[in-house]
Design a protein around this ligand. Structure first.
Ligand code: ADP
Length: 256
């Protein structure tokens, strides 16, 4: 639950992002995620989800508007804001020539962690993600599931208070999806705020306290899964989503 004593984990105000091509990917998005929340961001391809994440993590600069991460201005005070954020990107962007230990250690170094702390945190995370036995192996030798776990461990290395998961379960098998759900639920229960983007509605329903729908660069609705369904006058999150994207004829309720 959100803690009123601490600043919001993420506070986005009137965020506009216009790419040099002229595409307005975000058209004045405002969004607040409380400390400790598990928050889902849903929307069709091209809605603006990645742009929002890139602006929050400093990979893209907003055209206008504000972003604060735990009270730190992500535009004017970028480094403090960035330290508070861990990003597990959708693509498996590991350096294939590094060992697992090096992967985590280099990331920690990049975030200014001391050697002793890096060593301890690396061991702790490899253990938590059942990767200790592989610590001296190069990442290219890992299975897809192990790579996903390592990417999650890397995102957590510098102990971010806000973890951003960008489609963490895209294209993974059922066992790994459920395994990743267990990990992220535990991380959230231990106090880390989570922002998740996913195309799997049952995943959002299962994990998220609150969900926002984004479409065409605009935040259209937000609330719990039940609140979103009620808002659209439908039975569940999937039907609410179909209303959002204007495809209610696809509702499973209509499949006789
Ligand atoms: P999503 O992550 O929801 O699929 P994106 O944020 O990737 O959406 O894209 C939002 C819009 O911005 C799309 O129209 C996309 O084509 C456009 N876009 C994304 N990145 C760039 C870029 N680097 N340059 C120009 N247009 C972009």
């Amino acid at each position: 639950m959100a803690d009123v004593q601490t600043p919001a984990a993420l506070e986005i105000t009137d965020l506009v992002k216009r790419y040099p091509t002229g595409t307005e990917a975000l058209k004045g998005v405002s969004l607040e995620i409380g400390a400790g929340e598990f928050f889902g961001l849903l929307g069709p391809n091209g809605a603006g989800k990645s742009t929002l994440i890139h602006c929050t993590t400093g990979l893209a600069s907003p055209t206008s508007g504000g972003i604060r991460v735990f009270g730190h201005d992500a535009i004017d005070n970028y480094s403090d804001a960035r330290l508070a954020v861990g990003l597990a990107p959708q693509d498996l962007n590991l350096d294939h020539f590094l060992t697992l230990e090096e992967t985590l250690d280099f990331h920690g170094g990049y975030f200014g962690m001391r050697k002793k702390d890096r060593r301890e945190r690396t061991a702790e995370l490899l253990e938590a993600f059942s990767l200790s036995g592989k610590r001296h192996d190069r990442t290219r030798t890992l299975s897809g599931g192990m790579k996903r776990r390592l990417i999650l461990a890397r995102a957590l290395m510098h102990r971010p208070r806000l973890l951003i998961l960008d489609e963490p379960t895209a294209g993974v098998d059922v066992e790994l999806r459920l395994e990743l759900w267990h990990y992220v639920q535990r991380i959230n229960a231990e106090g880390t705020t989570i922002l998740l983007t996913t195309h799997y509605l049952e995943e959002a329903e299962q994990l998220c306290d609150r969900i926002a729908f984004i479409n065409g660069g605009e935040l259209v609705a937000s609330g719990s899964s039940a609140e979103l369904a009620a808002r659209y006058g439908v039975a569940g999150l999937e039907d609410a989503y179909l209303e959002l994207v204007g495809r209610k004829e696809l509702s499973r309720g209509l499949v006789a």
